[in-house]
Structure formats: C-alpha cells, structure tokens
Design a protein around this ligand. Structure first.
Ligand SMILES: [Fe+2]
Length: 222
C-alpha cells in the first residue's frame, strides 16, 4: 500500500499532531485512497494534486500542521464518491445529460457516506463543501459566500486549479497564467475571494511548488 504523504514529501506526513487515533485514521485514509488508485489511477492522481495545492494554500493562510494534515486527508478523499459513478458517464465527452449530471453531482454525498468512518465531522464538512460556490450556484446544498467553511473554499479552489492545469482526454491543460486568470475572473462568484488571494500570493512567491506551474511560468508571473 502506498503512503500518499510519506514524511519525505514536501507536504509532510499525514499523521495528525498528538492525537493517538490519528495513526489509525491516516491508515484508513491510505487504504481508501489506495483502493481508488487501483480502480481509478487518474482520479487518485487528481486528488493528490488537490491535496498538494490545498495544503499549500492552508500553509499560506497560517493553518497549523495538524489542521493541514486533516485538510490533506479530506482532499485525498473528496472525490472518492466518483467510484460510484459509472465509467461510461465519467469517460463521456461533451455536455452531460441532466440524468448523467445528476449521477456525477451525487459523488459528493456518496463520498461522504464512504468516508464517514474515516474522517472527523469537520473534515467531512470541508469535503462536502468542495463544490459549493460563493454565488450559490454550487452543490449539493447551494450554500453562499459566508456559509462555506474556509476548508471547503480551499478544497474547491484547489480542485479547480488541479482540473484546469491538467490535460484531459477532450482538451489540453491551461497554462498556469491562464488558470490564474480564470481564478481571478471568478473570484467571489465561483471561488472564494480569500482563497484566490492566497493562490495569487502562492503563485507569485512559491509558484513552482504548485502542480501545473513550471519554474519558468512562475518566473514569468512575477
Ligand atoms: Fe468533486
């Protein structure tokens, strides 16, 4: 079984502070993430990118190492519910039908059920809010700005960053500059303002630590 955040990883170990149950929790997270990786490697790779970006944003925001470790766990599992969505739908190109979209959007609640015994209550809240949007257009609850937790906002932006800067079967990856432009443009509507500000700071100062940002593009951004 792979340790998704070994101690030598830049993001640090996935053990959570001095909590004696943390080792057990990290082991359960690793088991679940490994199960995802065996069945859906691309999804596992995306989740790991999300965890790296979310961790960097949380560090920039001054989160404690304990809470960053908890956020990484939530990030690694936030899309685990996609395992319940048929490959036929997830591999489909172009616009999804309303029925298919319903199946895809249900991954949030399906994932919460799958992670119920693995994550704590606050981690589940962060995970459950990764598709909520400040303008209320997100799901599953249609929460608005001020109702979305900081962890949920960070996960939502990290998820979008990972998706935008990755190559998909039906499109190429956006450059870091293009992705940053999209994030700026949608700050306050699709993405939390504070989270976008953190990403901007990170991109300008430590951009080469972000997936999808090469040293060259980070330098060009300054
Ligand atoms: Fe998701």
């Amino acid at each position: 079984m792979i340790d998704w955040f070994p101690a030598s990883d830049g993001a640090g170990s996935s053990s959570v502070g001095d909590d004696p149950t943390a080792g057990e929790s990290a082991l359960m997270v690793n088991r679940l993430v490994s199960a995802v990786a065996r069945r859906h490697p691309a999804l596992a790779a995306h989740s790991r990118r999300v965890a790296v970006v979310a961790d960097a944003l949380a560090k920039r925001a001054g989160w404690s190492s304990t809470d960053r470790a908890r956020l990484r766990e939530a990030a690694l599992l936030q899309d685990v519910g996609m395992m319940r969505v048929s490959r036929e739908i997830t591999n489909r190109r172009g616009r999804l039908s309303l029925v298919d979209w319903g199946a895809v959007s249900a991954h949030v609640t399906a994932g919460l059920t799958m992670a119920l015994d693995v994550l704590d209550e606050e981690q589940l809240k962060w995970m459950g809010e990764h598709h909520e949007r400040p303008d209320g257009s997100g799901y599953p609850k249609g929460l608005r700005d001020g109702e979305i937790s900081a962890g949920g906002a960070i996960l939502g932006l990290a998820d979008a960053w990972s998706a935008m800067t990755a190559t998909r079967a039906w499109r190429g990856a956006l450059t870091a500059a293009e992705a940053m432009g999209q994030c700026r443009e949608r700050a306050g509507s699709q993405f939390d303002y504070t989270a976008v500000s953190l990403l901007e700071e990170l991109w300008l100062n430590e951009g080469n630590t972000l997936p999808g940002v090469s040293g060259q593009s980070a330098a060009l951004a300054r």
